[in-house]
Design a protein around this ligand. Structure first.
Ligand code: GLC
Ligand code: CA
Length: 554
């Protein structure tokens, strides 16, 4: 079982923030095409393209009104075809974002669906009568408030696990599945190479839609319906009717997924998906069902979670490896130290830690430069509806947090930390656009930008490049068995990889302390594969410097 996607490194592009080509302050497809040489230089194998479909843009494209049209703000279908061609010419594949748990309320299907209780599209969505004049159950939307919206037209409620402009599709209706499968086949015929499937673990709902345990705002988590009774059946049907038609790569975004469920989604006999995104390691610095907190990541817990996934899927399924995406804050600020003194070693340390594990690594745009969280000072600077709605609900309506507290949490956790323009150079607007962009540029763009890093052999960019190249050279990085050492250390993440006679030792210091570590004897005569500090002598007792990371080969 060796597959190209197991050896691949995937780069996520959030097109709205990557490169603007026509001076409207919004990133677009032509801009992305202009930057393909940069991505080729980095050495990535595929681009996961966040949504570029027709959309009113309420959730930046995760609210789709036409799956077979391109949002004019991003360009045209011809631009997308050019992207596929130009990427192929550089051996880069294109993975589309497939957002089919829900559509936009402006999708043709929903417009008809809401018109009457009996129309051919009524059953494309999830309509229910109210209960005692209220919502049918206590589920909350991921973006605050209830997961139901009352529609006067027909005196019923529709379900939306996300915003009310994102009504959930009814996957129990075979016509919905046929529509989605036809659309996917249409995209495969266009030459795309696979799909990242948005919240795919939520598509099958429990038939009786039971109440769940209320969270801090009084509603049950949007994850309540995760891994419903028919989800595996529907994905197996998708495998047969669509995915087997081409050499595809598939990754399912599976919020609320357990190890046992993941084994079903991503089993290596390829009945469903190739791999899943699980989010347990993203919850280490969150409270149960509440990400808005100051809680710091506890490294022991982080190691326990990642190790559980590394060992749990070994020989059975396949992991995806990530610290960042468009829904998460920047990892260098979140888990290490983004101050000038430690920024570079921190970013390289995090990269070493995740890229040396078993699975397929994902790099989120700007992560390869060590882009940081943003010093937002006012709620007006945010664009993300998750952040804006949470502020309104938790500060203004429910007084769960003060404004100051919430601003602190937003600066730590808001999705907008990852959505500011890509920092290309030190010119106005970081070279992203010639006009003021749709969201502010991180003021640190003069220090952190691609232009400065691409030609500097010591840069974070070139460190990523090296990690990606190493994965291509060394089978052990792809397939070696993972084993954790020092589980109790609060500072050091240390693990081995083993393939036949070969062995690697990965050592990462997640703290600014100098930490004494015992190096297993078998590595003491070994050599460095990569390191983020000048290489010291390898010996049994080593002092690991602040945020130091290195990999030893036996
Ligand atoms: C996924 C996306 C996120 C989006 C949500 C609703 O979690 O990654 O950006 O808001 O689904 O589509
Ligand atoms: Ca543009």
């Amino acid at each position: 079982m060796t597959q190209w996607w197991q050896r691949a490194v995937i780069y996520q592009v959030y097109p709205q923030s990557f490169q603007d080509s026509n001076g409207d302050g919004i990133g677009d497809l032509k801009g992305l095409i202009q930057r393909l040489d940069y991505l080729q230089k980095l050495g990535i194998d595929a681009i996961w393209l966040s949504p570029v479909y027709q959309s009113p843009g309420q959730d930046n494209g995760y609210d789709i009104s036409d799956y077979q049209a391109i949002n004019p703000q991003f360009g045209t279908m011809a631009d997308l075809e050019a992207l596929i061609r130009q990427a192929k010419a550089r051996d880069i594949r294109i993975i589309m974002d497939l957002v089919v748990n829900h559509t936009s309320d402006e999708h043709r299907w929903f417009k008809v669906s809401r018109q009457s209780r009996a129309n051919p599209y009524r059953d494309y969505y999830i309509w229910r009568d109210g209960k005692d004049g209220k919502e049918p159950n206590n589920w909350g939307s991921c973006f605050s408030g209830p997961a139901w919206d009352y529609d006067e037209e027909t005196d019923m409620y529709y379900l939306h696990l996300f915003s009310k402009k994102q009504p959930d599709l009814n996957w129990d209706n075979p016509k919905v599945r046929e529509e989605v499968f036809d659309m996917m086949n249409w995209w495969l015929e266009k030459g795309v190479d696979g799909f990242r499937m948005d919240v795919i673990s939520l598509i099958s709902k429990q038939p009786d839609l039971p109440d769940g345990k209320p969270g801090i705002n009084g509603y049950a988590s949007f994850n309540e319906p995760a891994n419903g009774p028919h989800v595996h059946e529907y994905l197996q049907e998708m495998r047969e009717k669509v995915l087997n038609n081409a050499d595809t790569i598939t990754v399912g975004e599976c919020s609320g997924v357990t190890l046992e469920e993941a084994k079903k989604y991503a089993r290596s006999d390829e009945k469903e998906l190739n791999m899943v995104f699980q989010f347990e390691h993203m919850d280490v610095d969150a409270d149960a069902d509440n990400k808005w907190t100051d809680k710091k990541m506890d490294l022991r817990e982080m190691k326990a979670v990642l190790t559980k996934w590394q060992k749990g899927l070994e020989d059975i399924a396949w992991n995806s490896l990530f610290w960042e995406n468009h829904d998460q804050p920047r990892s260098v600020s979140r888990y290490a130290d983004d101050s000038a003194k430690y920024h570079d070693v921190s970013a390289k340390m995090l990269a070493t830690c995740i890229h040396m594990m078993q699975g397929t690594p994902y790099v989120y745009q700007g992560e390869e430069l060590g882009m940081t969280n943003v010093p937002f000072t006012s709620i007006d600077q945010f664009r993300d509806l998750d952040s804006i709605n949470a502020y309104r609900e938790l500060v203004e309506e429910q007084h769960v947090f003060t404004a100051e507290e919430m601003m602190r949490y937003l600066c730590r956790k808001s999705r907008d930390n990852a959505r500011t323009p890509f920092q290309w150079d030190d010119s106005a607007y970081a070279g992203f656009s010639t006009v003021e962009p749709w969201i502010m540029v991180n003021p640190n763009y003069k220090e952190i930008n691609a232009k400065k890093q691409v030609d500097d052999p010591e840069s974070v960019f070139n460190y990523y490049r090296k990690l990606i190249a190493l994965r291509k050279e060394k089978e052990i990085i792809v397939y070696g068995t993972y084993d954790l050492l020092l589980p109790e250390s609060e500072e050091i993440y240390m693990y081995t990889r083993t393939l036949g006679e070969e062995k690697l030792l990965v050592v990462c210091n997640f703290s600014e302390k100098e930490v004494a570590v015992e190096i297993p004897e078998e590595f003491c005569k070994g050599s460095y594969l990569i390191a983020n500090y000048p290489e010291g002598e390898i010996k049994e007792q080593m002092t690991i410097r602040p945020y130091e990371a290195f990999v030893l080969e036996k």
